[in-house]
Design a protein around this ligand. Structure first.
Ligand code: PEP
Ligand code: MN
Length: 354
């Protein structure tokens, strides 16, 4: 990170950028109210920080020790930018003054099913609508989402999704499972989800970040927090800072029955918020894997400081084609919204790692 003097000229800033680029690195220029900060993107071994520190207009050249830098709170603080990023999508704000609820089916199964659920979650207080079209599945023999049936089916499902989003005034979230789906999905939805299984796919991350759309980025179930944040940096390095981080549970410990599908890592919420300026949400559905725990984990997530929740809701969970055991009804979802709003009112001021 290069901290420029407050009276550094444009020419001096450009000279520093040229020096960085001459070594094959890229520069992220962050212009705060008082000074400009230049972040280095690329192989840092190729530059001499001592040399950079001596260039005209440079106040300090400093190494940030963590493997993630551009998303760190330190970087935001140094450049005078907000330490809490607010991501605006349509009329909603993620990381703003209110918590947000993203709800909808695990998978879109039919137009009727989607519209029934969209209406139900909207009435219950959802702000955004989720719905899977390309599902990551453990077995090739199970329902892969309507996108699995072919391009035509995928486009049709995306059109229903867009229609439902417009009708019920909710921005849309769906998962991109592979690079070939990015352009198609970016045409229809407002927020692109990167599923837990793809957390490590650098090329996919870069391609999605370059669409400029907000990204809902899920932590892999085996990833440490530092690793999760390091990979998020790939997207911010593409100049897309609209990254929503999602804690969705890590692999359960020990032998014997584990009782939950994954273990919700609640401490990750305030820890991540202390480390970065990006908003953090919780997915209690995939963490629990069972509907009777969704209420408790939702309340806990908000109490831990999450900016919102993403919850799977189905009008007939018993018949759901994917993730039936963890989906709840719109009525159950409504109870969660009410409980979480009241928890937020009492704990809200302590969020963001405060
Ligand atoms: C999902 O949100 O539908 C999903 C598959 O989640 P995850 O990637 O967290 O397993
Ligand atoms: Mn699911």
């Amino acid at each position: 990170m290069i901290i420029m003097k407050s009276d550094a000229t444009q020419e001096q800033i450009k000279a520093v950028v040229r020096e960085i680029e001459s070594h094959g690195l890229r520069a992220d220029i962050s212009k705060g109210d008082f000074r400009t900060i230049i972040g280095l993107i690329g192989d840092e071994r190729k530059v001499s920080f001592d040399h950079l520190a001596m260039l005209p207009g440079v106040k300090e050249a400093r190494m940030i020790e963590t493997p993630y830098k551009l998303i760190s709170r330190e970087y935001a603080r140094m450049s005078g930018e907000s330490e809490h990023r607010v991501i605006k999508v349509g009329d909603i704000e993620i990381g703003g003054d209110d918590i947000v609820f993203i709800a909808g089916p695990c998978a879109i199964e039919s137009k009727q099913q989607l519209f029934r659920i969209a209406e139900g979650v909207k009435k219950a207080g959802a702000h955004a609508l989720r719905g899977g079209i390309f599902k990551p599945r453990s077995s090739v023999h199970s329902f892969q989402g309507l996108g699995g049936a072919g391009e035509e089916e995928a486009v049709e499902a995306l059109q229903w999704f867009r229609e439902a989003g417009d009708k019920f005034e909710m921005p849309l979230v769906t998962e991109v499972r592979g690079e070939s789906q990015v352009d198609l999905i970016a045409k229809y939805v407002d927020i692109i989800q990167i599923g837990a299984r793809n957390m490590y796919d650098q090329d996919l991350l870069v391609k999605i970040a370059r669409t400029g759309k907000p990204v809902l980025y899920k932590r892999h179930f085996g990833a440490g927090i530092e690793e999760f944040l390091s990979f998020a940096e790939y997207m911010v390095a593409e100049d897309n800072k609209d990254i929503i981080l999602c804690e969705r549970g890590v692999l359960p410990l020990g032998k014997g029955k584990s009782y939950t599908r994954y273990t919700l890592d609640l401490a990750a919420v305030p820890v991540i918020q202390k480390e970065t300026y990006l908003p953090v949400i919780v997915d209690p559905s995939h963490a629990a894997g069972r509907r009777d725990l969704i209420y408790s984990l939702s309340c806990a997530g908000i109490a831990a400081g999450a900016c919102g929740l993403i919850i799977e809701v189905h009008d007939n969970p018993a018949e759901a084609l994917v993730d039936g055991p963890q989906q709840i009804t719109p009525d159950e979802f409504s109870e969660i919204v009410t409980a979480c709003q009241s928890i937020y009112e009492t704990t809200g001021k302590r969020r963001n790692g405060g």
